[in-house]
Design a protein around this ligand. Structure first.
Ligand SMILES: Cc1ncc(COP(=O)(O)O)c(C=O)c1O
Length: 451
């Protein structure tokens, strides 16, 4: 088995010689084994990309990929959508950063407000994490409380107050993490009335819900947070403008006090925004009382280049067509991919909506909602035992021209409106061929066979 596994790595290196050369240089520059994002760390290395268009991207060795990374979930319109390119080209010639107010920021916020009613006020930042930090600060001013309540596994960025508390160098004594999907635990914590803010990821933990938030918890949160005087922030950095023009909150019919968006709303350029009630955002006003006033700097806030792409993207989101197209391709991938798993007797499922999560592990039940995983046990979903299976699958798929987003032991296939039915058929063909190769080389453990 080991020899065959090494043969795969050898084949990958052979067909990625240019990438290997760049990786060697990068390893001397970037401490994370040459990678510039934790999700780009991979053994032996990820390909070095030269260009991308629609659903495809190409690397320095001329390899072509159907891209299911889609800019970490940003590119629901696909790479270099002509409308975005045109808007950017025109804007760059007119200036990228005025350091002053401009019409595009007003148009952009108006479009956002129209799609997401939570946005009585809009505060533009540079990325999703920054918007979350602003949400924490504003909720502290609004409530007069210090503490932050978060769920284990939910991701909100890498800053001190949002990153996992058990990591070295993190001293977030005002942050408490509680188990996810445990209604009793959250009710008990909130009843202490010491929390300024409760943060949840739209859809659930990890890229729109690898570990989903279950309805019992979701629908308990509006009342629990209101009763305890805690601000509820729904982080829709991934799900905003991806699940629907109104975000995941519109799909589920809930309205948090604050929402953060990012990724899709910038049309492929760096962005984050905090959306929320005028009462909470009032602290940003120069008219607020001096003991309740904060100010927000940020060189790149709503810069004209990003705003031009954001406006162009938001106009395309208004009728929900890109979201619908991405969802249709997600359904197709899920259905065809699950046939490939079932026909090979491999215990696992593909689930999700526009981001498809490959799960390997026991099937506890067949969910009525097929976008959900076949278990409610988050430990099974994130079981590190099966991480190497996902990693191996990703390498097999790369060798077959399909690029998937990875993050230590997890994998995500991110759909866009640019993916065609043929793109999905081709990806499933390569998925099936990768599974066959993995069965042959013995890289699927016995525990996952006989399903
Ligand atoms: C749910 C969620 N929140 C926040 C962030 C951080 O966003 P950014 O990388 O734009 O700072 C991410 C990034 O992937 C995310 O998935």
């Amino acid at each position: 088995m080991q020899e065959q596994q090494d043969a795969l790595i050898a084949k990958y290196i052979e067909s990625h010689a240019g990438s290997q050369k760049l990786h060697e240089q990068a390893a001397r520059l970037f401490a994370a084994n040459g990678a510039t994002h934790s999700a780009r760390v991979m053994e032996p290395f990820r390909p070095y990309i030269t260009h991308a268009k629609g659903s495809r991207k190409w690397d320095v060795d001329g390899n072509e990929y159907i891209d299911y990374v889609m800019g970490h979930g940003t590119l629901i319109l696909g790479h270099s959508h002509p409308v975005i390119v045109k808007a950017l080209e025109e804007q760059i010639a007119r200036g990228t950063l005025y350091g002053d107010n401009h019409e595009l920021e007003v148009e952009w916020a108006t479009l956002i407000q129209r799609m997401m009613p939570v946005a009585e006020r809009v505060e533009f930042c540079t990325c999703g994490q920054e918007a979350n930090m602003m949400g924490i600060w504003l909720s502290r001013v609004f409530t007069g409380r210090k503490k932050v309540l978060r769920f284990v596994d939910n991701f909100h960025g890498w800053g001190e107050e949002v990153v996992r508390k058990d990591l070295p160098g993190v001293f977030a004594e005002n942050v408490d993490e509680i188990p996810f999907n445990d209604v009793e635990a959250v009710a008990k914590a909130l009843a202490t009335r010491q929390y300024a803010i409760l943060m949840t990821e739209g859809g659930g933990a990890h890229m729109a819900g690898q570990v989903p938030i279950w309805d019992e918890l979701l629908y308990a949160l509006p009342e629990l947070t209101r009763e305890s005087g805690t601000v509820w922030l729904m982080d829709e950095v991934v799900t905003g403008f991806r699940d629907a023009p109104g975000g995941w909150q519109s799909v589920k019919g809930v309205k948090p006090d604050l929402t953060t968006v990012g990724k899709c709303v910038g049309g492929g350029l760096p962005i984050g925004a905090l959306l929320g009630g005028a009462d909470i955002m009032e602290a940003l006003s120069p008219q607020a009382a001096s003991d309740r006033r904060i100010s927000h700097s940020g060189t790149w806030n709503a810069n004209a280049a990003v705003a031009s792409a954001g406006v162009a993207a938001c106009k395309l989101f208004l009728d929900g067509a890109p979201q619908e197209a991405a969802r249709a391709r997600g359904t197709q991938l899920r259905e065809m991919g699950n046939e490939a798993l079932k026909s090979r007797g491999i215990k696992g499922r593909l689930y999700g909506r526009t981001i498809i999560h490959p799960y390997f592990g026991p099937i506890d039940f067949e969910p009525a909602d097929v976008s959900m995983p076949p278990t409610r046990d988050s430990k099974k979903i994130t079981d590190p035992t099966f991480g190497p299976v996902r990693d191996r699958l990703v390498l097999h798929m790369l060798c077959r021209g399909v690029s998937i987003l990875t993050a230590i032991g997890s994998a995500y296939l991110i759909m866009s409106a640019a993916h065609s039915e043929e793109d999905v058929e081709q990806a499933v063909e390569q998925f099936a061929s990768s599974l066959d190769a993995m069965l042959a080389e013995g890289s699927i453990p016995d525990a996952l066979l006989g399903g």
